[in-house]
Each structure stands twice: as structure tokens, then as C-alpha cells.
Design a protein around this ligand. Structure first.
Ligand code: PLP
Length: 455
């Protein structure tokens, strides 16, 4: 069944605005920051998620079992021994540029996590999306007696396994990048794959999937409808697995593996994280599964020393709206009159995952919104200062550190003194852009240049 949600008339929205004044700012498309007064200590918040470090550990071990498969099926993963991970680096030139632009000096260090460089699909979706397909494939093969956990999984890259998996299908609804990740891995394994794409998905993503033999179903409407339709079509078919971006535990666990991996990377870089050396992480948020899963992994790895903040476009602030109002998936940005149209296509989601909003919000420090023009401007600046090219969504985390240092109430409440902030690392999670065709990238850069010359 396609879920039905409450309808809000004018009066209901006026009442909401009275009780929750920040909604007025969202309606006016103003960039806002909101630091969560209900943030809880990590231990307490983690206890109610219903998932544990053991679950994330199991996901991590599953990915390790597939390392040989990756090396066989995707030669670009040989150099990392079949591990799909992205690099981490400091971006001091960008930090200087933004210190000037925002007229406030960030005393800690600005770093970036380059998920745009993740193999296979060039976005954060390579974490959750690929993991869920592997989990499903492994389950089918184990059940059929074709595979044992101790086998060399390179054998999955063979005609006989492709024939086996071709009896099954995988479906997903997506604004683009999730479809791309699921499509690439499922088609490679041999599954029949359908991707239900929302109207905002980029043409090149659809083309790329069709090249891999994936069935792309296009919708005139937005992401929520594409997901609902995909879910509905898959339901009647016992051979079809629907990857449910709004509810999937497997996706969430795939993302969460990032937490411990980041811990190892930071240790390798000799970066300390503890109460006196806080780590701030800025995560672009669409439906919430990606940033939610990563934040869950980070909380397991760093506890109270990590501060997670979600970033959304002013036209699609679904998670901020859902958490702030307490209505979660029962309210959409369209309900407050927003259009959910943004150049940040990975974030063009009007209704957040209730699962993520409810379980993760006690672990989150805050939420903020920024305009499309800000994302494009930052895209140009990062290219100029650091020679890093991202898609617009992936820039959403960039202004986060300055939003943090501008909010004295929040800093005081969490005991984030100037001494502690001076030791902080601010990590912007760059969620995608690795697959953007050169021509599209040039268009983004031209848009950024046009904005820069307007000033
Ligand atoms: C999907 C996506 C996100 C957000 O992930 P959600 O799970 O939808 O919240 C952020 N950035 C990019 C580039 C994405 O593709």
C-alpha cells in the first residue's frame, strides 16, 4: 500500500508556526541553523537504537568476505585490496578562504572526507547501497548451498553465479546516486535490476544505468513517489528484493561501517579525538539513511567526542522539519509550501525517514540549511582552492563549522570552550561527485563563476 500521510490545512500550518517559530524561516527559505536541545549523551542515545556495535561489526566482516569478489569484478579496487574506502585530507586553503568570506576565524582544522572517490559509484551510496545488495546476494547463495562463508568470494564473479542471480531481481527508488550504486553492483552480480527514478534525477545517471542493462523507470513526480511506486511493484513478487531507502536496516548498517574505518584513518594521521579534542562531522542529508548510518557508526566509534551535524538545502529541509516539529515522516516540505526543487539532486527529498529521525536525532547536535547558490559558490571555491571537484549536494557540509562557532548558546551548553575548539577537527563529508561527466562539471563550475562575478 502507498502510505497515506496527514493533510495539513492553512490553519494547521499557522498553528505549527506559532508553536515552532523556526518553521516560518523555513517557509521563507532563509538559511537557518538549529542546535538540538534534546541531544543526549551517546551511551543513552545508542541504547535505544535497536542496533549495536555487533551488528556493525558483522557488516564490516561481510564486506571483508567480499573483498576478493570486488578485486575480481572491479579491477579499480585491487589497489585497496577490495576495500571500498575513501581518503581524508586537510583543506587549509579552503579554510582560509571561508574564514575571510564568513568573517570569522575557525580555530581548529578543516578536513574533508572524499566519498566522491569511493570506487564503483563515486558517492556515499557506495557504502549503504552496495552493502545491502551484497548482503542479499550472500543470503541467496548460502541458502541455495552454492556458497559457504569460508569460500573465496571471487567465485561469485562467474557465469554460473550470474545465471543463478538472474532468477532474482532487485528494485530501488532513487533521486540518482542510490540507483547508480545499486544498479552497478546488482547488474554486475547478474540480478535483474529496476531503478525507479524521480523527476529530478540527472539524465546522465539514467543513461549510465541503461548502459549496464538496468531497467530505468522514470516518474514525473518526486523521490517519495518513486520510492512508493517501486515498493508497490516489488511487493507482489517473491523473487524481487526492494531496497527501501526510507526504512532499510541493511543500508543503514552499510553506512555505519564508516565509523570505525574513520577512527583508523584518524589514528594513522595522528589526529586525536576525545573530550578535549572534539571531532565535528558535517553530513549532507536527503532522506537520512546515509548521514544517519554514518553518524551511528561515528557515535559507536567516538561517543560524546564526536559532534554530528546534518545539512540540507533551503528548498528541501525535510529532516530539520521532521525532527524540529516532532512530526518526522508525518510532515513534508511540500506541506509547508516548499517546492523540493534543488540543484543538490542527492538531497531533493521532501519527506525524511521517520526511522532515522526518531532513532538518530538524540545523537545529533544540530541541523542547518543553505541555499543552492551557496552550494554552487562553494563548489567553485573548493575547485579553485583545493582542486577538488564535487557535485552540489556534497558541498552542503562546508559552511557547517562556521555555523557552529557562531552559536554561543550551543557551544556553552556542550562545554565547547575556546581551548577545546582550538583543538577541534571539522570534517566535511563530501558525499559525491566522482561520476559526474566532465561536461556537467564544467556547467556547475560555470554557474559558480557566474555567481562569483555577480558579487
Ligand atoms: C544520497 C545522497 C546524500 C544523502 O543521503 P540520504 O541517505 O538520502 O540522506 C548526500 N549526498 C549525496 C551526493 C547523495 O547522493
Amino acid at each position: 500500500m502507498i502510505p497515506t500521510y496527514p493533510h495539513y490545512n492553512k490553519q494547521a500550518i499557522s498553528e505549527l508556526c506559532l508553536n515552532k517559530p523556526l518553521v516560518n524561516e523555513l517557509i521563507a527559505l532563509k538559511p537557518v541553523s538549529w542546535f538540538n536541545p534534546e541531544r543526549q549523551p551517546a551511551e543513552q542515545a545508542l541504547a535505544v537504537v535497536g542496533l549495536t556495535a555487533d551488528d556493525v561489526d558483522a557488516a564490516s566482516r561481510r564486506l571483508a568476505r567480499f573483498a576478493n569478489y570486488f578485486q575480481a569484478a572491479f579491477p579499480e579496487t585491487v589497489s585497496s585490496q577490495g576495500l571500498l574506502e575513501s581518503p581524508l585530507q586537510a583543506i587549509p586553503a579552503m579554510q582560509r578562504t571561508l574564514n575571510r568570506q564568513y568573517q570569522q576565524t575557525l580555530t581548529g582544522q578543516l578536513w574533508i572526507k572524499l566519498d566522491n572517490q569511493l570506487p564503483i559509484s563515486g558517492s556515499i551510496k557506495a557504502r549503504g547501497g552496495i552493502y545491502e545488495v551484497l548482503q542479499h546476494a550472500e543470503k541467496l547463495a548460502l541458502k541455495a548451498g552454492l556458497l559457504q562463508r569460508t569460500d573465496d568470494y571471487a567465485k561469485l564473479h562467474s557465469e554460473s553465479f550470474k545465471t543463478f542471480f538472474s532468477q532474482y531481481s532487485i528494485a530501488v527508488g532513487s533521486t540518482g546516486n542510490l540507483g547508480l550504486s545499486i544498479g552497478m553492483i546488482s547488474a554486475k552480480l547478474g540480478f535483474n535490476t529496476s531503478v525507479h527514478m524521480s523527476a529530478d534525477a540527472r539524465q546522465w545517471k539514467k543513461d549510465k544505468l541503461r548502459e549496464q542493462g538496468v531497467t530505468v523507470v522514470e516518474y514525473e513526480s518526486d523521490y517519495s513517489v518513486a520510492v512508493a511506486q517501486g515498493r508497490e511493484q516489488a511487493k507482489g513478487d517473491p523473487y524481487c528484493h526492494f531496497v527501501d531507502d526510507e526504512h532499510s536496516i541493511q543500508l543503514f548498517l552499510g553506512y555505519a561501517v564508516a565509523g570505525l574505518r574513520l577512527k583508523t584513518q584518524l589514528e594513522q594521521q595522528k589526529i586525536k579525538v576525545d573530550r578535549n579534542h572534539p571531532l565535528f562531522v558535517y553530513l549532507p542529508c536527503g532522506v537520512g539513511g546515509g548521514p544517519g548510518g554514518v553518524a551511528f557508526g561515528l557515535k559507536l566509534a567516538f561517543g560524546d567526542a564526536v559532534h554530528c551535524i546534518f545539512a540540507e538545502p533551503t528548498h528541501s529541509p525535510c529532516m530539520l522539519l521532521g525532527v524540529y516539529s516532532g512530526l518526522h515522516e508525518r510532515i513534508s516540505v511540500q506541506d509547508i509550501g516548499l517546492d523540493n526543487i534543488t540543484t543538490a539532486d542527492g538531497l531533493a527529498v521532501g519527506r525524511a525517514s521517520g526511522f532515522v529521525g526518531r532513532t538518530m536525532s538524540p545523537m545529533l547536535d544540530g541541523f542547518y540549511t543553505l541555499s543552492d547558490n551557496d552550494m554552487l559558490t562553494l563548489l567553485g571555491q573548493l575547485n579553485e582552492q583545493e582542486h577538488i571537484q564535487l557535485e552540489p549536494s556534497a558541498l552542503a557540509g562546508m559552511p557547517g563549522p562556521w555555523r557552529v562557532i557562531q552559536d554561543n548558546d550551543y557551544l556553552q551548553r556542550l562545554g565547547l570552550s575556546p581551548e577545546r575548539l582550538a583543538n577541534a577537527h571539522h570534517l566535511v563529508w563530501a558525499t559525491g561527485g566522482g561520476m559526474v561527466p566532465e561536461k556537467e562539471m564544467q556547467q556547475y563550475l560555470a554557474q559558480a563563476a557566474a555567481l562569483a562575478s555577480e558579487e
